[in-house]
Ligand binder design. Structure first.
Ligand code: HEM
Length: 216
């Protein structure tokens, strides 16, 4: 339960800080590494960085999708006001993940990136998820909402669902051998999408019921 005494401004500040922590931690580890101090990036810091950013991007995406069910469960409406920040943070971590791959792994060789997109299924999936998230980030402003109108804006922003599915499948495809985390992420996404489906079905049934009683 969120205590009622916490104002939305405080909640936003706490949330912002919490979502910044992974980037701050990673940045600090690179400062230690470059200064030849002991760090926590293991023997392959490039791989560790890319994987850490991928994991963080996916988890923040799932947190974004968890806000509505959490609001429904707690009845605390201001939680909805955190969705945009969470979505933008997810996009921020996806961009860092892509940049770390492109920069640290491929040394910004775009021809190699294209070859990977065509040849490696998990890169195709990751890139497709990224492509779906771009229009959402670009239209996350109040101005874009007004220009598109609430219905079209909501329809466009439902791209977050296929993007999250593609991101989870990307994780499943890149995992070598049996790994539990892709399944955990998949199960969480299944629950979050299932929640929305049940809610949507109930709403439809209620509207149908209202129409029948209005006509009779
Ligand atoms: C919504 C977009 C994306 C999400 C949420 C995402 C998420 C993830 C996750 C969770 C992992 C596994 C990390 C681990 O094993 O701990 C991963 C790995 C990886 N992703 Fe992504 N990813 C996305 C897009 C991309 C894109 C666009 C690329 C590159 C074009 C990419 C390249 C990679 C690579 C190279 C790995 C590591 C493979 C390895 O180390 O063997 N991802 N990603």
């Amino acid at each position: 339960m969120v205590p009622k005494s916490i104002s939305l401004t405080h909640l936003k500040a706490i949330f912002f800080l919490a979502l910044s922590l992974p980037a701050l931690w990673l940045g600090w580890q690179w400062v230690l590494l470059l200064g030849a101090h002991p760090h926590n990036l293991g023997v392959n810091p490039v791989e560790m960085t890319n994987r850490f950013l991928g994991d963080t991007a996916l988890r923040v995406l799932l947190i974004t999708l968890a806000i509505t069910p959490l609001r429904d469960l707690t009845g605390y409406a201001p939680l909805s006001r955190l969705r945009r920040m969470a979505g933008l943070f997810a996009f921020f971590y996806v961009c860092l993940h892509l940049t770390s791959y492109l920069g640290l792994d491929l040394f910004f060789n775009l021809a190699k990136l294209w070859k990977d997109i065509v040849k490696r299924t998990y890169i195709t999936l990751g890139m497709s998820a990224f492509a779906l998230l771009v229009p959402l980030a670009l239209t996350s402003t109040r101005g874009a909402l007004q220009r598109l109108g609430p219905r079209r804006w909501a329809r466009l922003h439902s791209l977050i669902y296929p993007a999250a599915i593609l991101a989870v499948v990307h994780h499943v495809f890149m995992a070598k051998g049996f790994q539990i985390m892709p399944l955990v992420h998949g199960a969480i996404l299944f629950f979050l999408l299932g929640w929305r489906l049940v809610k949507w079905q109930r709403k439809n049934a209620a509207q149908k019921g209202n129409r029948i009683s209005n006509n009779s």
